[in-house]
Design a protein around this ligand. Structure first.
Ligand SMILES: Nc1ncnc2c1ncn2[C@@H]1O[C@H](COP(=O)(O)OS(=O)(=O)O)[C@@H](OP(=O)(O)O)[C@H]1O
Ligand SMILES: Nc1ncnc2c1ncn2[C@@H]1O[C@H](COP(=O)(O)OP(=O)(O)O)[C@@H](O)[C@H]1O
Length: 252
């Protein structure tokens, strides 16, 4: 933490060349591959021809062979890509692997996708630091995106309040979204109070080692309370907002 203050993927796809004819049309030709797997030739007149081979090693669209488990499988190494699985109460859920992977996207963006998780008390400066960091990265030509607690609660998490269970669900959802951003190759900056260590640890566990960087805004409660731009501490002290103790509770 920083303090301030199994099986190979089933599909191999190669771009086999450009076709100069103009009318775009897609066609599939299925044949046997020398490796024993099936080959699907996907022809697109007017664009490029793509060949998909099952049961083989993966080749990225840039032509590089990639055997590295974690990155080339979008961090889903060990998943069985062909079998149906049960997720929650749903059965028959299948993981669909795409030929364009995290490595391709990272190469395109010339950066590494990751999550910078800024945690701390209300008014400790999380949003300010998140925006400043995003601005610096932008100037450096790096693509980032800020997932701010306040903002996310306007949409995706508008149904959640501030009970411990709601906060846990808030963090879980943002953690999942942040993981998708990182998988997209984006530097995702999440700024949420996220007061419970267990919830933050659960988000960290979603990502490969080292890709979740936790930043704790180590600002004393008195300083946060003196800032109080939203008047939240005042309301909490007056017992006028729900779960006032949750405004000051924090586990490092
Ligand atoms: N108990 C309570 N009641 C009313 N409002 C509250 C409460 N706790 C937090 N807030 C405000 O909600 C903002 C977003 O909180 P978070 O989503 O970051 O909180 S959490 O991570 O789910 O704990 C949070 O934003 P910041 O002040 O920027 O931290 C607060 O403005
Ligand atoms: N380093 C700082 N020094 C003084 N004031 C700050 C600092 N960082 C943020 N602030 C101010 O404190 C208030 C809360 O900052 P904010 O970034 O919204 O915190 P949080 O997202 O943690 O609630 C704002 O009025 C902001 O301008």
């Amino acid at each position: 933490m920083i303090s301030i203050g199994g099986k190979p993927p089933p599909t191999l796809i190669t771009a086999t060349g450009l076709d100069s004819s103009s009318s775009p049309k897609l066609g599939f030709v299925i044949a046997s591959a020398p490796s024993g797997g099936s080959v699907i030739n996907l022809r697109s007149r007017g664009s490029l021809r793509i060949k998909a081979v099952e049961g083989s090693r993966r080749v990225n669209l840039n032509g590089k062979v990639d055997d590295s488990k974690d990155e080339s499988t979008n961090g889903h190494a060990g998943r069985n890509f062909t079998q149906l699985s049960t997720v929650g109460s749903s059965t028959n859920i299948k993981w669909h692997e795409c030929s364009v992977g995290k490595v391709d996207r990272q190469n395109l963006l010339k950066q590494k996708g990751c999550v910078i998780w800024i945690t701390g008390l209300s008014s400790s400066g999380k949003s300010s630091v998140a925006c400043a960091l995003s601005q610096i990265l932008y100037r450096m030509g790096k693509l980032s995106y800020v997932l701010d607690g306040d903002n996310v609660r306007h949409g995706l998490n508008h149904d959640l309040g501030f009970k411990a269970e709601d906060r846990a669900e808030n963090i879980r959802r943002v953690g999942e979204v942040a993981k998708l951003f990182a998988d997209a190759g984006v530097i995702c900056i999440a700024s949420l109070i996220s007061p419970y260590k267990r919830d933050r640890d659960a988000c960290r566990a979603l990502l490969p080692d080292g890709d979740f960087i936790e930043v704790f805004m180590d600002v004393p409660l008195q300083v946060c309370e003196a800032r109080d731009p939203k008047g939240l501490y005042k309301l909490a002290r007056a017992g006028k907002i729900k779960g006032p103790s949750h405004l000051v509770v924090y586990s490092q």
